[in-house]
Design a protein around this ligand. Sequence first.
Ligand SMILES: Cc1cc2nc3c(=O)[nH]c(=O)nc-3n(C[C@H](O)[C@H](O)[C@H](O)COP(=O)(O)OP(=O)(O)OC[C@H]3O[C@@H](n4cnc5c(N)ncnc54)[C@H](O)[C@@H]3O)c2cc1C
Length: 306
Amino acid sequence: MTTEYDVLIIGAGSAGLSAALILGRCCRRVLLADGGPTRNAPSGAVHSFFSRDGIRPAALLHLGREQLAPYPSVEVKELKITALTKLAHGFQATGQTGQGHPATIVARRVLLATGVTDILPPLPGFRELWGSSVLHCPYCHGYEVRDQPLAVYGQGKPVVGLALLMSRWSADVVVVTDGPGHLTDYARQRLRRQGIAVHENPIARLVGTVRGGLRCVEFADGTYLERKALFLHPPQEQRSSFAADLGAHLTSKGAVWVDKQGQTTVPGLYAAGDMVPGQQQALLAAASGSKAAICLNEALTRTEVT
Ligand SMILES: Cc1cc2nc3c(=O)[nH]c(=O)nc-3n(C[C@H](O)[C@H](O)[C@H](O)COP(=O)(O)OP(=O)(O)OC[C@H]3O[C@@H](n4cnc5c(N)ncnc54)[C@H](O)[C@@H]3O)c2cc1C
């Protein structure tokens, strides 16, 4: 297929769905390319989303898609975009549909909403328990494990900040560094003052329960530490390389830089959600998708009116 759209939105998570809603209500011809699971797919619930606290991730996406149905100018397709190129007056994308058919799309503007991937430590248990008892965000899941024995994984300054933050939710927080923690004396002092112990033994694995709970952190020397949940801030990478491939500026942390309108340094290429700088939450991703869509519609309108 080759059809010209006003806007191609790549990624149908909170950011993409929310942008599609705005653009559908602007009667814009939109293709929303849904390439698969969202970042929070392994989690049982979306928390801190105003009016939807505790909803299952798939149910939230279902609602978002359902509410696009009344807008005839919005098409939602199972479509993994594999390449994006700039044309004189827009963009051309190629990809593969859910049925395995090749697709070519031409659009005047593109909104990237492809999210990020979390890179978990390559230790047994982290991947298996991710989203249930291995967690990254206290604002998303801290309340559910409040007052429980918690571990915070990491090294250096970031683990100190996260461990001190977690003391808001539990008085029983332990830092596990999996080898040398690279902590300054001052950092150790701050943790001690908060009653947070530091274990620098190498970790062998995380032991979970059949229901996805954490039973304990097992160390390489055979000792173990019973905990109900473990928090970490894993490094991330962009889930798609389209912005970088087109020469858009990325921040030093690898996020796609956007201006106040949500536009990247490539004219006509917008980005929203977790892939741009800032706090990462579903509601914030939805808000940034909405904002980019409004700015995008206004930019398109300026090219259409005299
Ligand atoms: C385990 C876990 C639990 C979380 N819990 C919460 C919570 O409780 N509350 C909360 O507010 N936030 C939570 N978050 C954060 C939340 O998931 C993100 O902030 C939110 O999903 C970001 O939305 P997004 O639309 O930017 O990206 P995503 O939701 O990740 O969506 C990106 C979409 O783009 C698609 N995509 C990628 N590449 C392509 C391509 N080439 N072609 C087509 N499509 C593509 C992906 O398949 C995906 O569907 C959690 C995150 C994790 C990891």
